[in-house]
Design a protein around this ligand. Structure first.
Ligand SMILES: Nc1ncnc2c1ncn2[C@@H]1O[C@H](COP(=O)(O)OP(=O)(O)OP(=O)(O)O)[C@@H](O)[C@H]1O
Ligand SMILES: [Mg+2]
Length: 329
């Protein structure tokens, strides 16, 4: 099993769109057994994957099993949850552990437990390792993908501590360039503190995650090539866009490959995603991957060639990602 975190602390860079389609491509075209874990309290991946009536069943009176049910017993001191339930998505061909808006309430608890954990406190480390424990019970999957909210907060830190790989989706603007250096600074700091906390624990068996250690490796980045619109509908200056596009490989290389490490230095660009206009909302409304959209989902005329184009783009990204994971394993 390989776990892959789709991560960027910058919001709106296409993390969820990439994750949903990539995970579905691995499942449907590469015949992998795939689990998606929605660790973003916004629950956008859950909303895209799960049908509307099923969403109601899951969340009305909190009847369904969500990520909250994994975290809640641990936070209450009842230990790691024993029975896991996953939602099966036919359209995506994968299993999903749905997100939960209540996860935002857990951020503070995880943050204070992290402080205690980095001082060697076992309880603090056990909550920090909640996703590591969860993954240790998902070994029957080939790939587990995490959707994550746009932050350098405690939930994301716990996800990254548990994951084998991370992928950075990024858009092409000055703030995205700056976000890349935040990512490497954050990861390096966390790795050091986590190592220190683990070093203080005498008996690692108490942590119930096998052999806990920081193994997160950088598996590559994906650029969103589309130009965002300013107020009034004017496109951003194309020259500025091209300048930043040219700088991106160097910024990734110096911040992530060189400073953070954990990757080979070649082939880290997995691909680039063009602007796909109405196909993205169409897939969200029909709860289907973009590459499976058909006329009954609203696809007409030139949309059909766009659907095929999207499939080629996501196939390239999936192939490059699998190759990088294999090379780094
Ligand atoms: N290739 C694309 N073409 C057109 N629109 C897109 C594309 N990718 C994403 N979008 C749109 O851009 C918006 C942001 O995308 P998405 O939700 O995937 O980003 P995100 O990084 O997950 O955001 P957040 O940080 O809030 O979780 C969404 O409204 C989505 O529909
Ligand atoms: Mg998202």
């Amino acid at each position: 099993m390989r776990s892959i975190a789709i991560f960027n602390n910058k919001g709106g860079v296409g993390k969820t769109t990439l994750l949903c389609n990539l995970a579905a491509y691995f499942a449907q075209h590469m015949k992998k057994h795939v689990l998606v874990i929605d660790a973003d309290p916004q629950c956008n991946a859950t909303q895209s994957i799960v049908d509307d009536d099923e969403i109601e069943r899951l969340y009305e009176k909190h009847k369904g099993f969500t990520l909250w049910d994994v975290l809640d017993p641990l936070i209450k001191g009842k230990g790691y949850v024993q029975n896991l339930e996953f939602h099966k998505s036919e359209h995506f061909g994968l299993d999903l552990l749905p997100g939960d808006p209540r996860m935002s309430l857990i951020e503070d608890v995880l943050a204070s437990d992290w402080l205690q954990g980095t001082a060697g406190d076992v309880r603090g480390l056990r909550t920090t390792l909640v996703f590591a424990n969860l993954l240790s019970r998902c070994r029957n999957y080939d790939y587990v993908f995490f959707d994550m909210g746009p932050s350098l907060g405690a939930i994301n830190r716990a996800v990254l501590i548990a994951s084998d790989f991370f992928v950075i989706p990024t858009s092409i603007d000055i703030f995205s360039l700056l976000a890349i250096s935040n990512i490497s600074t954050g990861l390096i700091k966390w790795r050091k503190k986590f190592g220190y906390g683990l070093g203080e624990v005498e008996d690692h068996n108490e942590l119930e995650v096998g052999n806990p250690q920081w193994t997160l490796r950088f598996a590559g980045y994906v650029t969103q090539q589309y130009i965002t619109r300013r107020k009034g509908g004017k496109s951003r200056a194309v020259k500025a866009y091209e300048r930043i596009l040219q700088k991106m490989p160097r910024v990734i290389y110096s911040n992530i490959v060189e400073k953070y490490g954990g990757s080979t230095d070649s082939n880290v660009k997995l691909g680039s995603i063009p602007y796909f206009h109405s196909l993205v909302p169409m897939s969200q409304i029909s709860h289907k991957p973009i590459f499976t959209l058909q006329s009954q989902d609203g696809v007409v005329g030139a949309h059909f060639s766009k659907v095929r184009e999207f499939e080629e783009v996501i196939a390239e990204i999936a192939g490059n990602l699998e190759r990088n994971c294999e090379e780094l394993s």
